[in-house]
Design a binder for this molecule. Structure first.
Ligand code: SF4
Length: 410
């Protein structure tokens, strides 16, 4: 297929595809799916080998958010029966983080609900970073606290944070339909603040909110321009009790196309399969590893993932290996880039959180509609998912780990 040969060649050269080529990936048929995965897999192996980076989420503060992100179970007015708690103490957060690291995670992603941190919140997080680094100085720490004010990114960097996550979530043109309480420009500003402070930037998207194929391509091209070190790709978890509860728009096949499009547009960036992996990719998760080089281990912010051991077994069974702390995530040209972020030491990105990644369900994300092919007509983004009710049963509210007395899943 000429399209895939072209995209593979461009990915190997780190050359930006055209918008038409990116749209054409989303319009490929199920007959072409394995060819798409194989082509994206060649690009993935060029830059990341067969390594899979594991990241572990710690929800520092859950629920009760004053913002109105429609995909989020922690939003203002959410009726989702999630865990709600205020800031974990540093030792509690460090205990949760240690479980993830013991399970194989290289990066801990600390997330707190809310519009953005106060300076007092930055103090708390500073203490928490110290508690985690005291336990294990090699752990990478990504922080996701929402919109940053001046000098907060610098304070987090000085405290030892390696990365900051803040997702764009969806295209600029549809952003206003998913959130009214802040703007797309606010999000871009925070990613730039993280970059400016020398933190590795992590910024991604949420698919499945009803957006068009053009919207998906728009947000991924915008991410390429922002140049984060990692791009978490969330698939909306339609939580009961949120405005998007009925948005079951994704099939496993389409999730793979979206991941492949992201890989072709951002070939040398850490692409992470984030929230919604189990719910939407289901038994196709291992194919996703051929495209993405990073996942979350265990549970998400407000929902439960598959058992941590099942994540590890899947990686081994599919012929991949868990990336160790001594290995550099990003390719050399990127890890050594000034201010770019990452390397063995501080590398890359790591997605997290509410205002970041994760569960479209728990995190912070965006939304919208309708799809198309290379030409831009107007096919639906994905066939209606055939098994909505069965898939809905896969959404399990998190009842263990941080904020509970039960052991975390890692
Ligand atoms: S995504 Fe973040 S800012 Fe938006 S409602 Fe959820 S916790 Fe609040």
């Amino acid at each position: 297929m000429d399209l895939l040969d072209t995209l593979t060649a461009k990915g190997l050269r780190r050359e930006l595809p055209t918008r038409e080529e990116a749209l054409a990936v989303l319009a490929t048929t199920d007959d072409e799916l394995l060819d798409v995965v194989a082509a994206a897999g060649r690009v993935r192996r060029q830059w990341f080998g067969r390594r899979v980076k594991l990241n572990y989420l710690v929800n520092l503060k859950s629920g009760l958010c004053p913002e109105d992100c429609s995909y989020c179970s922690q939003r203002l007015g959410s009726k989702a029966e999630i865990l709600k708690y205020t800031w974990l103490k540093p030792d509690q957060a460090a205990e949760a983080a240690a479980a993830g690291v013991a399970g194989g995670a290289k990066r801990v992603c600390m997330v707190a609900s809310g519009r953005g941190p106060t300076d007092r919140d930055i103090d708390r997080v500073t203490d928490t970073i110290a508690a985690i680094k005291d336990q294990d100085p090699a752990v990478e720490i990504c922080v996701c606290l929402g919109l940053l004010s001046d000098n907060q990114a610098e304070r987090l960097a000085a405290a030892g944070a390696d990365a900051y996550n803040h997702n764009l979530n969806t295209s600029e043109s549809t952003y206003g339909t998913i959130t009214k309480t802040h703007t797309y420009a606010d999000r871009v500003d925070t990613v730039n603040k993280a970059h400016g402070a020398g933190l590795s930037a992590c910024s991604g998207l949420i698919a499945g909110m009803g957006e068009s194929a053009e919207d998906l391509v728009d947000v991924v091209f915008s991410l390429r321009e922002l140049n984060p070190d990692s791009v978490p790709v969330n698939f909306l978890i339609p939580f009961e009790g949120t405005p998007l509860a009925k948005e079951w728009n994704l099939t496993p096949q389409h999730c793979l196309r979206i991941l492949a499009m992201v890989r072709f547009v951002c070939p040398d960036v850490e692409v992470r399969i984030a929230g919604g992996r189990e719910v939407h990719l289901r038994s196709m998760q291992p194919l996703g590893l051929h495209i993405a080089n990073s996942i979350f281990l265990g549970d998400y912010l407000t929902s439960e993932g598959q058992a941590g051991q099942a994540d590890l077994d899947m990686i081994a069974d599919a012929g991949f290996e868990v990336e160790g702390t001594g290995q550099t995530t990003l390719p050399r040209h990127r890890s050594e880039a000034v201010g770019g972020g990452c390397g063995s030491h501080g590398e890359s990105a790591g997605g997290c959180g509410s205002h970041g990644e994760a569960e479209a369900s728990g995190g912070c994300g965006g939304h919208s509609g309708g799809g198309c092919g290379p030409c831009g007509e107007s096919a639906p983004l994905a066939q209606a998912a055939p098994a909505d009710e069965a898939a809905a049963d896969l959404v399990r509210v998190r009842r263990r780990g941080a904020g509970t007395t039960l052991a975390p899943n890692a």
